[in-house]
Write a protein that binds this ligand. Structure first.
Ligand SMILES: C[C@@](CO)(OP(=O)(O)O)[C@H](O)COP(=O)(O)OP(=O)(O)OC[C@H]1O[C@@H](n2ccc(N)nc2=O)[C@H](O)[C@@H]1O
Ligand SMILES: Nc1ncnc2c1ncn2[C@@H]1O[C@H](COP(=O)(O)OP(=O)(O)O)[C@@H](O)[C@H]1O
Length: 270
């Protein structure tokens, strides 16, 4: 079974409070990006355990630490499944706030559910995904969702950006999620993100904010510059995605020509 494990962007991200368990309550809208994905192939084998091969971008952790392998181990513990081979073709930049790793992990959960005919419900899959990470649950649905709690409490947030063009820029340096959370000052906004996002996209800049930006952009001029370039190029809205370092811009309409391709290889017509 071959799955396209697509990434996401965050349309706004409010960090409301730090919790006793060390996580943060947040409010964000996660929006899937179908055009940028890792390929995850999962097949059953006669051997016991898991074999894992990775190609494409080299992920900076040991195979046993790869979230694909962790996802299999979780399913093994919970449901007693055994014997799979996973092949990952990594294309989504990591340390990027694009949730590529989380998407890979959820892809393995979904593949195991299918290959072993476990028949898990959406709620059960979400519970498995939430054990693996905080933005993993989103990829079970993979449609625009308003995410709360530590990210795993979701409700659909229909948002139509069709007709726009999305440009994602990944600066050379990465930001780890843990580092990003370590520098935030949580606060509850007067008007919730869900309300602010109801305004037209043309009004989002300055209104639909990402609480990681204040300290990450101050410390990392290259990320700030990447966001500025998107605005200078005419983006209606530009922001860092999640914990960064990727930034994205939404442009009105679909363009002929290579102008936006000069900014980044990641240009998608929505
Ligand atoms: C920031 C967000 C926004 O969508 O995504 P990314 O930008 O990384 O893709 C998510 O909250 C990332 O979710 P995820 O990448 O699954 O994080 P996890 O593995 O669960 O947690 C990594 C670490 O981040 C911190 N963490 C994560 C989620 C959360 N709500 N509060 C936290 O404080 C904790 O320190 C935790 O140990
Ligand atoms: N399949 C995977 N894809 C990407 N990163 C992975 C994967 N498995 C484990 N990781 C680890 O997770 C880290 C990326 O996490 P993080 O910075 O939170 O991602 P992002 O912010 O891009 O969603 C990588 O540096 C790597 O050590």
């Amino acid at each position: 079974m071959i799955l396209k494990a697509n990434c996401k962007i965050n349309l706004g991200l409010d960090i409301l409070r730090r919790r006793a368990d060390g996580f943060h309550d947040l409010e964000t809208v996660m929006f899937p990006v179908a055009g940028l994905y890792d390929e995850v192939e999962v097949v059953c084998t006669d051997a016991s355990g898991v074999t894992f091969r990775a190609g494409g971008l080299a992920v900076d952790c040991a195979p046993e630490e790869n979230i694909c392998v962790k996802a299999f181990r979780l399913m093994q513990r919970r449901y007693g499944v055994d014997g799979i081979d996973i092949r990952l073709d990594k294309r989504v930049p990591f340390g990027a706030g694009l949730g590529g790793g989380s998407s890979d992990g959820t892809a393995v959960l979904l593949a195991v559910n299918g290959l072993f005919a476990l028949g898990l419900s959406e709620a059960e899959l979400i519970a498995c995904a939430a054990e693996l990470g905080s933005d993993t649950a989103f990829f079970v649905r993979n449609t625009p969702q308003l995410c709360k709690g530590r990210g795993e409490v979701m409700e659909p947030y229909p948002l139509d950006l069709s007709g726009m063009t999305l440009v994602i820029v990944k600066p050379g340096e990465g930001v780890s999620t843990r580092e990003a959370y370590a520098g935030v000052r949580p606060r509850v906004p007067e008007v919730s993100l869900a309300e602010r996002l109801k305004r037209p996209v043309a009004e989002w800049q300055g209104l639909v904010t990402n609480d990681f930006e204040r300290h990450i952009l101050a410390a990392r001029p290259a990320i700030r510059a990447a966001r500025e370039r998107l605005l200078e190029a005419g983006a209606v809205y530009a922001s860092m995605s999640g914990s960064g370092s990727a930034v994205f811009g939404l442009f009105a309409g679909h363009e002929k020509g290579e102008r936006l391709k000069a900014l980044s290889p990641f240009v998608f017509e929505l």
